[in-house]
Design a protein around this ligand. Structure first.
Ligand code: HXC
Length: 259
């Protein structure tokens, strides 16, 4: 598939697909086409058997500086409703394979929400996170008030969204939003390394672990625990569970089949 604003590279390392947002002059602002293309690229990655993990990234200066303000500036509420832009975000949310955000530079507004939709965030020490929508008279709309609050707690989420200030990666690491902060020249490499490690794990187990952990965020605890338990039982129907446990007992390396 041809993309206007993405560079997609399957199998940069075994099982790892890279999806790079490529709208550098606009600091990777997320217009409708960008969101549509990210949804399409992740749907394709889900369907690609060779892909086990995705790294979603921007460039050193910006992961994404938010939803495209110019595209929204003149829209009425009814126009925004009819555009139904969140349908595209839902496609991203429903991706079954793990997605790691490799973040450097500006990670703001919808850009921060996009990173939070991913399963893990690896950041460069120059990354800056924020929800500056308040500064342009709106508010986070793609899950920011929910996911940020769950990740960093009420006090800091309030400060981030009510002041619109940018917060350095190190602060976000301490707050629990991101997995690690590394020197800028290493953040992409570090995300690939993490993806490569996950790509070697049994794919059915990986898929169900992701689904179960997300259930902790998206459902009440009882329902989340029930889903976790059912998925746990379901894994016992896979050859990989048999192989994995046998390999442990026999002190050898497991060979995963994805079945
Ligand atoms: C459209 C954007 C943009 C955005 C930057 N640009 N962010 N265009 N939408 N979100 C464009 C600028 O207009 C400019 O284009 C070019 O990118 C470079 O940006 P500068 O401002 O010249 O760069 P700099 O001075 O370094 O400032 C960087 C910045 C600033 C601090 C990140 O650009 C900024 O504040 N951007 C907006 C951040 C924001 O408010 N994000 C939230 C958006 S609302 P030209 O053509 O002028 O050179 C949102 C809601 C999500 O995300 C709701 C769910 C979908």
């Amino acid at each position: 598939m041809e993309y206007q604003f993405l560079l997609v590279k399957p199998n940069v390392r075994p099982g790892v697909t890279v999806v790079q947002i490529n709208r550098p002059k606009e600091l990777n602002a997320l217009n409708r086409t960008v969101m549509e293309e990210i949804g399409a690229a992740l749907t394709a990655a889900d369907a690609d058997e060779a892909c086990r993990c995705v790294v979603l990234t921007g460039n050193e200066r910006a992961f994404a500086a938010g939803a495209d303000i110019k595209e929204m500036a003149d829209a009425s509420a009814v126009e925004m409703l009819n555009r139904d832009q969140f349908a595209r975000w839902e496609i991203i949310r429903k991706t079954k394979k793990p997605v790691i955000a490799a973040v450097s530079g500006f990670c703001l507004g919808g850009g921060c929400e996009l990173a939070m939709l991913c399963d893990m965030i690896v950041a460069s020490e120059s990354a800056q996170f924020g929800q500056p929508e308040v500064n342009i008279g709106v508010m986070p709309g793609a899950g920011g008030t929910q996911r940020l609050t769950k990740a960093v707690g009420k006090a800091l989420a309030m400060e981030i969204a009510l002041t619109g200030r940018f917060f350095p990666a190190q602060k976000m690491l301490e707050a629990g939003l991101i997995n690690r902060v590394v020197p800028t020249e290493l953040y992409f490499q570090e995300a690939i390394k993490l993806a490569e490690e996950i790509a070697q794990k049994p794919p059915v187990a990986v898929r169900l672990i992701k689904e179960s952990i997300n259930a902790a965020f998206e459902t009440h605890l009882d329902e989340g625990l029930m889903r976790e338990r059912k998925n746990f039982y379901l894994l016992f129907a896979t050859e990989d569970q048999k192989e994995g446990m046998a390999a442990f007992v026999e002190k050898r390396k497991a060979e995963w089949k994805g079945k």
